[in-house]
Design a binder for this molecule. Structure first.
Ligand SMILES: Nc1ncnc2c1ncn2[C@@H]1O[C@H](COP(=O)(O)OP(=O)(O)O)[C@@H](O)[C@H]1O
Ligand SMILES: [Mg+2]
Length: 272
């Protein structure tokens, strides 16, 4: 299969500090990756670079065989649906659901694009499919976490992207909204869309993710087939804690950790 994302020694520094270091990664068309790592490991940084929303400082990145440039950035961004509340929450305020979805066509946060009546119909249809009927004029900053997530998914899908990037889509959702989001991802995975899914919740890792990357301190700790990467041994080493990775019959993952032995003492205020 065709390689659609390729990084070679990709690094990103902020001042003297490395947010990402020497990332070598290749994603082929149709692959579905889960990117797993603790808070601060660099997941959002990596994916915002890939989605064309952040610059890297050294190394190389090609998406669809091209380097980002002023000329192609908007066109490339439209081919990569980027769903990240940790990114968009910073920039979106009073924009309505419909406005945000239509902004996906321009590859920016604005509407500097020739919107047609057909675009508006498609945006509304997507919002309806994502259970946002009757809420299309709601400002972003008054929406619940789950509603925001649905609007961002609709925004990503309106340009019919080839790659869908979901940055912690389950964070902050209640159990129903989360189930719904996971079903949406499952349905999208039935098309040949390439999916990159960031999470630190093992219970969101559905069997559809056949590839996995573990990130730690801005470096790739392991990558490859999920069965080889999401193992008790590798996850324990990643988290520096004894973790048992269990797979249920339906292929879902669960991680079991030992409670720290001194928790009772701390909890009951005894001397440790
Ligand atoms: N623009 C930035 N400038 C400086 N540090 C940043 C910036 N963005 C993120 N960081 C830092 O980089 C590290 C990785 O962040 P991030 O990619 O958001 O991690 P993750 O998504 O895995 O939680 C964190 O320590 C974060 O504080
Ligand atoms: Mg993040």
């Amino acid at each position: 299969m065709e390689t659609i994302i390729k990084t070679v020694n990709l690094s990103c520094k902020s001042g003297k500090r490395h947010l990402l270091k020497q990332i070598n990664w290749e994603v082929k068309k149709g692959e579905r990756w889960v990117i797993f790592g603790m808070n601060g490991s660099g997941k959002t940084t990596l994916l915002s670079i890939i989605a064309g929303f952040k610059a890297y400082t050294s190394g190389d990145l090609e998406v669809f065989g091209q380097h980002y440039s002023d000329k192609n950035i908007l066109q490339l961004r439209r081919k990569i649906g980027w769903v990240s509340s940790s990114f968009f929450d910073r920039y979106l305020k009073e924009e309505s659901a419909l406005h945000i979805v239509l902004s996906g066509l321009s590859g920016t946060l604005g509407l500097d694009y020739n919107i047609t009546p057909a675009d508006v119909r498609r945006a509304k249809a997507l919002l309806r499919e994502l259970r946002m009927d009757g809420k299309m004029d709601r400002p972003f900053d008054t929406m619940s976490k789950g509603e925001r997530q649905n609007v961002l998914i609709a925004r990503a899908l309106i340009s019919k992207p080839e790659i869908l990037v979901l940055d912690e889509p389950g964070t902050g959702l209640d159990v129903y909204a989360r189930e719904h989001m996971m079903n949406t991802v499952r349905e999208l995975a039935e098309s040949d869309m390439t999916i990159l899914y960031v999470t630190h919740y093992p219970e969101e890792i559905q069997p559809l993710f056949t590839k996995a990357m573990l990130l730690r301190n801005g470096r790739i700790y392991a990558q490859g087939n999920t069965v080889d990467v999401l193992t008790s041994e590798k996850i324990s080493a990643l988290m520096e804690e004894e973790v048992e990775v269990l797979r249920s019959e339906d292929g879902m993952l669960r991680m079991k950790m030992e409670a720290p032995s001194n928790i009772r003492k701390i909890y009951f205020g005894e001397e440790v």
